[in-house]
Each structure stands twice: as structure tokens, then as C-alpha cells.
Design a binder for this molecule. Structure first.
Ligand SMILES: [Mg+2]
Length: 469
């Protein structure tokens, strides 16, 4: 994995040292000797990750970190702070500033690359989500970036796993005032518990007496139900090799025993905020994808989806030599419905109309609202005679019972005109739509409330005898 890493330190020798080490691992390295320059590089999108010294004249590392995390264009960048002393109090201060991780001078090479790789992996996932989200912006969904900034990182649902009762109890007591905490002593059972309940985070020991802590983490990461959980490992200081393996397996963070309570709280808070941020990105993306293909009033597909999907269905029909037919539907004198009953009345009629179409058409066919009072049904594997029967069914369903209006007890009598056409050899989608539209126009001009076949559809030919080549 290659990436651009920004190294910030007021001592040029430190900068050069890190630059050489990272460069040797094929990372691209940018350097800054003060916080202000670093901020400019980050804001102009020149880096993927920031490694910053804490002690710098002017803007120190904490302040730089806080500004990066507060900026809309830089909040997603992982920040690693480098401290001279490995004091829990420094780490807590850094975590409060939003730092994602810490390295202690002199920097241990293995730890450096493990942390950098793990943070870049995480960033790759959120970058992908962000990119997809940006392309579907402007759909009126809540802004996940603003929500993330407001998140206090409390109220997490946490599963604690440790086979030593006293250690488990100490962790529980520290976390319980701020989070909803469950405990489990058996790591095997913990995998099932995690999958069955809706947790945000698993905190587990790496050194169980009769079980492999790494296995627990790897199982939780690979199960569909639990793969998005934040994972925090707890290890003995001499167990560096297993910590590095854990990070490789996708564990987000770790703590060394003896555990500093404030550091535990701060790390949990950071992980919860990060998890909720990606959850929100994912949810927002899902909503915007649905909004971008659905008509919000009727719940039917919209024109954008119809155009894209119809082209696919046409190609498929031609390839398989199966019939494909189109129905264009338009409510009669809809303008007068709006004029008489208001827009709310008009909306009620449209959504009721959509339901009646859906009740007459099997689920595998594509039903879309193309705009206004204009709807289309594209029917796979259906020849013109069957389409005509379906269209007639819809026409009758609409005309038979007036549409219910929002005003209690009121209903509007409505009729629909429908034009139908079956795909003919070497016809394009535009051609098919044009013929169905012409048939619809004919239905309108010959009195409305009727179904009209496109003029050049062949009549009474069994579907099996058709050649669509
Ligand atoms: Mg310094």
C-alpha cells in the first residue's frame, strides 16, 4: 500500500530520519518544519496521513491535531503524534485533541509501519465511502461529517472479554459510567455473543489461559454481522509480536497492562467516534443510493433508474431472443385534478395510481414514474397480447373506483390512457419509447380512458414464433 505521508517536526534531523525510513518502505514523504506549513499541505489535499512531533515552538502537535480534526477538508486524515516521553497523561491529551495514534521517541520501526499501515487501511475504507457519497450529494440526507463533529464518543455498547475476573471487573467499572458494558469470560462464547447482540465495540485480552486471543479478533473481523465493530486489544508489554499480528488482523487499537483508566476511556471514545462516523457514512450512502433511484412520492423507480435499467433489459431481451414490451401510461386531465383538489389531492391521486399499477403487474417487471403524471411499465418476456391484457386491467382498476383524497370522505374520479408497444428487431430503446408514446397520444386523441397498440406492432403472432434478431 503506497500513500503520501506528511512528517512534521521542528528538528530537521528528525524529519530527515523519518523521511528516509518511510521512503525505504516506498511511501511518498512530504515534510514540514512547523504546524502552519503542515496545515497548508493537509488542507490542499497533499497527504493521506500526518505524523507530527508534539513539542514544537508556536503551534504544537496537539494544536495542529485539533485544527486538522476540526477542518472539513482534513478531519478524515489520520494523525499520529510523536512524544518524547511515553506518559499516559500525554497520550490522553493527544487523544482529546483527536489523535489516532502515538509513537514514542526513539521510534520503533516495527510499530511505526504497523500503525501507519493499519491507519491507511482504515482511511482507504472511509475514503471510498466519502467518494461515493460526494457523487450522490444534494439529496437532503443528514450530513455525516457534521454529525461526527458533534459526537461525544459516549454511550457505546461494549463487550469486554477477559478470562481473569478481577481484570474484567476493573475494566467494567471504568467504562460503566459512560457506556453500556457486557462482560464475557469465555472467548469462544464471546464470538457468538458479539454476533447476536448489537455492539459497537469489543475489548478483549490477547493472552487467555486456554485460548488464542488473536483467533477471537480474527473471527469477529471475518463474520458479516461483526466485521464493522471497533476492536481494542489488551496486552502485556512483552507481547509486542502479538500486538503487531493483532493490528495486521484489523484490530483498531491496543492498550498495554497495567491499564491507565484515562487512556482507556480516551481510546474507547476515539474508536467509538470513528466507528459511528463510518456507520453514518454507510447509512447515508445507502439512503442516497435509494433516493437516487426511487421516486419519493410513489416509491416506484424514477426516470434515472428506468433509463439505465431499461437499456440493460433491452440488451438482455435481444441476446436471449425473448419479447420485451413497453406500456406508457398518463392520467387523463391531471391538470384539472390539481386545480380542483390542490397539489395534496394531486399527490394522493398519483400515489394511489402507482399502487393500482403495482397491484396489476407482477414484481419482476419494471414500473417507473417518469415525471408528473407519466408512468411506464417495461415488461420482460412479455409479448404484446399479454401486455394489452395487463394494460386493460389497469385501465379498469383506475376507472372503476374514484381515488381517495386526503380530505376525509372525498374521492376523485380519474381515468388513464395507455399506449403499448413490443420491441421489434433491431429497434433501439428510443424507438420503442417513441412508438409507445405515439400510441399513448393516439389514446388521448381518440377520447382517453383507453388502451392503444403501437401502429407497427405485429398482431396476433404467438410469442414463440417471434424472431428478434
Ligand atoms: Mg520538537
Amino acid at each position: 500500500m503506497t500513500a503520501r505521508i506528511l512528517v512534521v517536526d521542528d528538528h530537521i534531523a528528525n524529519v530527515k530520519l523519518l523521511e528516509a525510513r518511510l521512503g525505504a518502505e516506498y511511501f511518498e514523504v512530504l515534510t514540514a518544519l512547523n504546524g502552519a506549513d503542515a496545515l497548508t499541505f493537509a488542507e490542499t489535499g497533499q497527504c493521506d496521513l500526518v505524523i507530527s512531533d508534539v513539542m514544537m515552538p508556536g503551534m504544537d502537535g496537539y494544536e495542529l491535531c485539533r485544527l486538522l480534526k476540526a477542518g472539513a477538508s482534513t478531519a478524515h486524515l489520520p494523525v499520529v503524534l510523536v512524544t518524547a516521553l511515553d506518559q499516559p497523561a500525554d497520550r490522553v491529551r493527544g487523544l482529546d485533541a483527536g489523535a489516532d495514534d502515538f509513537l514514542t521517541k526513539p521510534i520503533d520501526e516495527t510499530a511505526l509501519f504497523a500503525r501507519v499501515r493499519s491507519l491507511l487501511r482504515l482511511k482507504a475504507v472511509t475514503d471510498e465511502l466519502r467518494a461515493r457519497l460526494v457523487t450522490s450529494r444534494g439529496l437532503g440526507t443528514a450530513d455525516p461529517f457534521a454529525q461526527a463533529a458533534r459526537d461525544d464518543g459516549k454511550g457505546g455498547r461494549i463487550l469486554l472479554v477477559d478470562d481473569r475476573a478481577p481484570a474484567l471487573e476493573r475494566l467494567r467499572q471504568t467504562l460503566a459510567p459512560h457506556h453500556v458494558v457486557s462482560v464475557e469470560r469465555d472467548p469462544q462464547k464471546a464470538v457468538f455473543t458479539a454476533a447476536q447482540t448489537d455492539y459497537d465495540m469489543v475489548i478483549a485480552s490477547l493472552d487467555f489461559k486456554d485460548a488464542d486471543g488473536l483467533r477471537l479478533f480474527s473471527q469477529v473481523r471475518s463474520l458479516e454481522r461483526t466485521r464493522q465493530l471497533a476492536l481494542l486489544a489488551i496486552a502485556e508489554p512483552h507481547d509486542r509480536a502479538r500486538i503487531l499480528r493483532a493490528l495486521d488482523l484489523g484490530v483498531n487499537d491496543y492498550l498495554m497492562r497495567p491499564i491507565d483508566r484515562n487512556e482507556l476511556l480516551a481510546r474507547v471514545r476515539t474508536q467509538l467516534r470513528r466507528k459511528r462516523y463510518s456507520d453514518r457514512l454507510r447509512d447515508t450512502l445507502q439512503t442516497s443510493l435509494e433516493l437516487s433511484v426511487r421516486d419519493p412520492l410513489t416509491g416506484l423507480s424514477n426516470r434515472r433508474y428506468f433509463d439505465a435499467h431499461a437499456a440493460t433489459l433491452l440488451t438482455e431481451a435481444v441476446r436471449q431472443r425473448r419479447p420485451l414490451s413497453l406500456m406508457m401510461l398518463d392520467l387523463d386531465r391531471f391538470k384539472s385534478i390539481n386545480d380542483t383538489y390542490g397539489h395534496q389531492g394531486g399527490d394522493a391521486v398519483l400515489s394511489e395510481f402507482a399502487q393500482r399499477i403495482a397491484s396489476a403487474i407482477r414484481g419482476e417487471h419494471l414500473i417507473a414514474r417518469l415525471g408528473g403524471e407519466e408512468f411506464a411499465v417495461l415488461m420482460q418476456d412479455t409479448a404484446i397480447d399479454a401486455v394489452e391484457r395487463a394494460a386493460e386491467r389497469i385501465r379498469q382498476l383506475v376507472a372503476a373506483v374514484p381515488m381517495q383524497l386526503p380530505q376525509a370522505g372525498r374521492a376523485a374520479p380519474v381515468t388513464v390512457s395507455i399506449g403499448i408497444a413490443e420491441l421489434i428487431p433491431s429497434e433501439t430503446l428510443e424507438g420503442l419509447i417513441a412508438r409507445a408514446d405515439a400510441a399513448l397520444y393516439a389514446a388521448k386523441s381518440t377520447g382517453r380512458n383507453r388502451v392503444v397498440r403501437a401502429a407497427d406492432s405485429r398482431v396476433d403472432t404467438p410469442a414463440t414464433a417471434r424472431q428478434i434478431a
